[in-house]
Design a protein around this ligand. Structure first.
Ligand SMILES: NC(=O)c1ccc[n+]([C@@H]2O[C@H](COP(=O)([O-])OP(=O)(O)OC[C@H]3O[C@@H](n4cnc5c(N)ncnc54)[C@H](O)[C@@H]3O)[C@@H](O)[C@H]2O)c1
Length: 322
């Protein structure tokens, strides 16, 4: 008996990378899967309808249930069609995994409006659009319970500054905020909303990232994208108690993220601060260095002197004429 027996799951961006692994693993755990993917390039251009169909076919060949859908998560009507596809093909919808992704890396001073908008559209609007249509379905159903949404965020935007990835980091931080807002709003319809934050999973998006080694032969692979799928399945399973949480996944390590929290504060009684007074009072605040914090985060993969290594990488990225 599988942990997702009888569940119907819609997984966006399920044609490749982590989403593909989620589709295969969910199906192996007994879920019926809508494999959504328009098969675009890493930058979100072009399209190949065969990408989603290939995964659906692989699931069916292994004895599972799956249908392909090639809609774009940024398309409002497309997001509605994905939900309809699940209900028409399998009679219900229990789980949405918002996983679709594109990337357009660029230093802020060179980033175009389109590069910013396109990334926000896939990650943030796409997560909203698909969740919104699924939530409408669950609300209209009236008696739904134990439904689950699993969003996908990133260390970029939550734990790291996302250098040359301002668009991506902002989108992912937005998805984390949307996760907690939806968790509160949708609880009344029996829906839990959580997020996974993958890290160092070997996909086309992480090609060339320092620390990504080649696929090991035959041994356990801590960079395998399937490791995120197992965590997503746990959040999607009936009876999972978590709601409004973000789980960072690196290899087999699963860490509950705390999100923003209040730090030290200063207060003045009964009158507004003058600029001089507030500047003086704020000397009590610890001086934080986002670059040092980022270097500490990725320290293991950068080795000794990681702050200097990261500084050199940042310099190279920012002086790249792109
Ligand atoms: N790989 C990692 O280590 C890592 C780290 C942090 C976060 N993530 C997140 O994990 C998720 C999966 O990333 P991945 O590395 O597997 O990427 P990937 O590029 O391998 O797969 C993403 C898939 O999304 C699809 N897609 C793109 N635009 C779409 C759209 N508009 N509608 C529907 N599908 C669309 C693509 O066609 C592609 O098949 C993303 O949300 C990504 O931001 C990955």
């Amino acid at each position: 008996m599988g942990s997702l027996d009888g569940r119907v799951a819609l997984i966006t961006g399920a044609g490749r990378g982590i989403g593909r692994q989620e589709a295969l693993f969910f199906a192996s755990e007994g879920a019926k899967v809508v494999v959504n993917d328009p098969g675009v390039t890493p930058e979100g251009t072009g399209g190949d309808p065969g990408v989603a169909e290939a995964v659906a076919r692989e699931i069916r060949a292994a004895g599972g249930d799956a249908v392909a859908n090639t809609d774009d998560v940024t398309d409002w009507d497309g997001a509605r069609r994905m939900v309809e596809t699940a209900v028409e093909a399998f009679g219900d919808l229990h789980v949405v995994v918002n996983n679709a992704a594109i990337q357009r890396r660029r230093a802020l001073v060179n980033m175009t409006e389109d590069e910013f908008d396109a990334v926000l559209a896939v990650h943030l609007k796409g997560t909203f659009a698909v969740t919104r249509w699924a939530a409408r379905h669950w609300r209209d159903q009236g008696n739904s319970s134990d439904r689950a949404v699993v969003n996908t965020v990133s260390a970029s935007g939550l734990l790291m500054p996302g250098i040359t990835q301002g668009n991506y980091a902002a989108a992912k931080a937005g998805v984390a905020a949307l996760t907690t807002a939806c968790a509160v709003e949708l609880a009344r319809y029996g829906v839990r909303v959580n997020a996974v934050s993958p890290s160092m999973a070997r996909t086309r998006l992480t090609e060339g990232v320092p620390g990504m080694s080649d696929t090991p032969d035959g041994t356990f692979d801590p960079l395998h994208p399937a490791l995120t799928a197992h965590v997503a399945a746990c959040l999607a399973a009936p009876g999972c108690p978590l709601n409004g949480q973000v789980l960072a996944v690196r290899g087999t390590s699963v860490t509950l993220l705390n999100g923003w929290s209040a730090g030290k504060s200063v207060t003045k009684d009964g009158a507004p601060w003058t600029v001089t007074e507030l500047s003086e009072a704020m000397t009590a605040f610890p001086r934080r260095d986002p670059l040092a914090e980022a270097a500490a985060m990725v320290g293991g993969s950068l080795g000794e002197g990681n702050r200097d290594t990261l500084l050199a990488m940042v310099d190279t990225m920012l002086t790249d004429p792109r």
